[in-house]
Write a protein that binds this ligand. Sequence first.
Ligand SMILES: [Mn+2]
Length: 358
Amino acid sequence: MKMTFRWFGEGHDNIPLAHIRQIPGISGVVTTLMDIPAGEVWPEDQILAMKKQVEDAGLAIEVIESVNVHEDIKLGAGRRDEYIENYITTIRHLAKAGAKVICYNFMPVFDWIRSDLALPLPDGSTVMAYDAARVEHVDPLKLVENFARESGGFSLPGWESERLKELSFLFGEYRNMDTEKLFSNLGYFLHAIIPVCEEVGIRMAIHPDDPPWPIYGLPRIVIGEAGLERLLALVDSPSNSLTLCTGSLGSNPDNDIPAFVRKFSGMKRVAFAHIRNIKIEKKGVFHETSHLSSDGSLDMFAIVKAFYDTGFDGYVRPDHGRMIWGEIGRPGYGLYDRALGITYLNGLWEAIDKMSRG
Ligand SMILES: [Mn+2]
């Protein structure tokens, strides 16, 4: 596995690349151009400037997260074909700059959702948390307002204000959308882009919906084993792959994460993995934790062993972490706990590797 760390880019991240470079075993950052609205082409010069900055810091820039998919593509509406053409141009620009994997998602309207951005744990750390009663029965516009207030001035990826301004309009547009139509629109998108990805050596890696169930009457399709199988079958190509996010899929206790890893990594269809733990209090109520197995509901040893046993050689990031040691930063994306998570994952991998060799 190649260990990476999400970095939001100059002016959008308070963690210096020089500090990320000091995390043991790190090979690169997973980054993005935060200022480009969904649907627009990522300009080549901006990609190359970011690449130079990252490589000058001694890090690789082989995974991009996210190139957001415009709502018209998910809706199958309006200017879909124009936005797909723009997406293809961005894929070509990123490939020319040496990118290998593009992480994206296909969630209607909302990206990830939480009820709390800074829930205090008994050890004094704070974490992001989800309580269905406090999300699913409130006005979604209120939720957006709360996020803006609690995010400490950081714009949250997936919750950019310009994407959310038209919230009421979008809810109207999705009124007649169901899972079949959404799958069909995902298929239309993949059939258009995957041949280009094959040509230029890019693997698209879809991120599961977070949390993995429908919310506010909006369909969600990347939520469990059947959906993952179905989307991989839409275009049978290594360029149509998964970002296997253990914390997102794992917040539904019906999802057996080590079994998912064995199956989909065994099929060589996992290009990128987000490996973190989650503590489920009961169905619909969970909070994020440290990466340690005993702090959460997932067996991290079994997960890493499944990646190891299936010969996984893709990219990994520790995904989210707690806020610890007084660090001020973007919720879920502090330096300290994500670095601890990396060290723990590297330790599991080394132990499994050495014990497997006997
Ligand atoms: Mn994730």
